[in-house]
Structures are given as structure tokens and as C-alpha cells.
Ligand binder design. Structure first.
Ligand SMILES: [Ca+2]
Length: 167
């Protein structure tokens, strides 16, 4: 395994997701990067679902796109798309590269503005908390009429490996 590390993605909740059944949807989230595919459970009949699930992917190349898609689970037909978004980890990785240590809890390391490079619906902060650096994001889903998704990313070093991208 020649991965650089792991990315933990806490998929917190969806907001105002698209209706794909009569009045609501049964949404779940799929995250794909390279050949990896991980997903959350289905929350039934709710366009404002709370998943609070942690999904983890290997990062082998910092340029590999990380794509998140939301689907409506259907029993008898194929699941319907409820939009997708890209997770841009570059600003977060830049912060990791600074090699910061021992900051105060809640210290803001960087602010990322919505742009054409990311799918942010609002400004997003890279924050230090209890010895860890995380970034909270609200993503606006594309290719769909409405819907936003709240998540948090956190880098995890692989046991026994130095952080390869620092060199
Ligand atoms: Ca359904």
C-alpha cells in the first residue's frame, strides 16, 4: 500500500435535499476516490437527514478527486441521483504542511472562501482542536435542484509512516 495517509470524512447531515419519492427521499451518501467507494446508511423518508457517520478513504495522490454523491434509495427501481460535489482537500493539506503544534483549542488556521474550485456553500475554516486539525465544510450539491451537505475532514497518518507529502 503506497498511500500517503487516510482521510476521515465525518458526514454529518443533509439540508433541504431534493425530493425523489412522492413527498420526501431516502437519502444516503457515497464517497468515491480512485477505485474506493464507501457509503453511509440510508435515512428513510427525510430530506434533512442526520447521518453523523465517519467514512475513511486512503489518499494515494493528493490530486485524486474525492467525489461525494447523494442518492435516494428505492426498493424496486434503481436509486435516483440527488446531486454530487467534490471535496477539495488542498487548502487543508496546505495547513497540515505548516507542521503546527500545540495551538489553543478552537484556533482558526485558515479560512476558505467558496470558489469555482470547491463546492463550498459558505466560508469554511480549518480549525485546531484537542491536538487535531480539522476542516468543517458545507457543500452545495451540483446537478440537482437543491441540497447542501455538512461534513468535516481530518487527516490520519498511517501507523509507522512519516507524512510522505511533507518532504
Ligand atoms: Ca426512495
Amino acid at each position: 500500500m503506497d498511500a500517503l495517509g487516510l482521510l476521515r470524512i465525518r458526514v454529518r447531515r443533509g439540508m433541504n435535499l431534493a425530493v425523489r419519492d412522492t413527498r420526501s427521499s431516502d437519502p444516503y451518501v457515497v464517497i468515491e476516490s480512485g477505485s474506493q467507494r464507501v457509503k453511509t446508511r440510508v435515512v428513510k423518508d427525510n430530506c434533512n437527514p442526520v447521518w453523523d457517520e465517519e467514512l475513511t478513504i486512503y489518499v494515494k495522490d493528493l490530486n485524486d478527486p474525492i467525489v461525494l454523491s447523494v442518492y435516494d434509495k428505492d426498493t424496486f427501481t434503481g436509486d435516483d441521483s440527488m446531486g454530487n460535489a467534490r471535496i477539495d482537500i488542498k487548502p487543508y493539506i496546505e495547513c497540515l504542511r505548516m507542521g503546527l503544534k500545540d495551538l489553543a483549542d478552537g484556533a482558526r488556521i485558515d479560512r476558505v472562501e467558496p470558489s469555482s474550485e470547491n463546492c463550498l456553500a459558505d466560508e469554511s475554516f480549518v480549525v485546531w482542536n484537542k491536538g487535531k486539525m480539522t476542516q468543517d465544510m458545507i457543500l452545495r450539491l451540483r446537478n440537482v435542484e437543491c441540497g447542501e451537505l455538512e461534513l468535516q475532514i481530518e487527516w490520519l497518518d498511517l501507523p509507522g509512516c512519516s507524512r510522505g507529502f511533507k518532504i
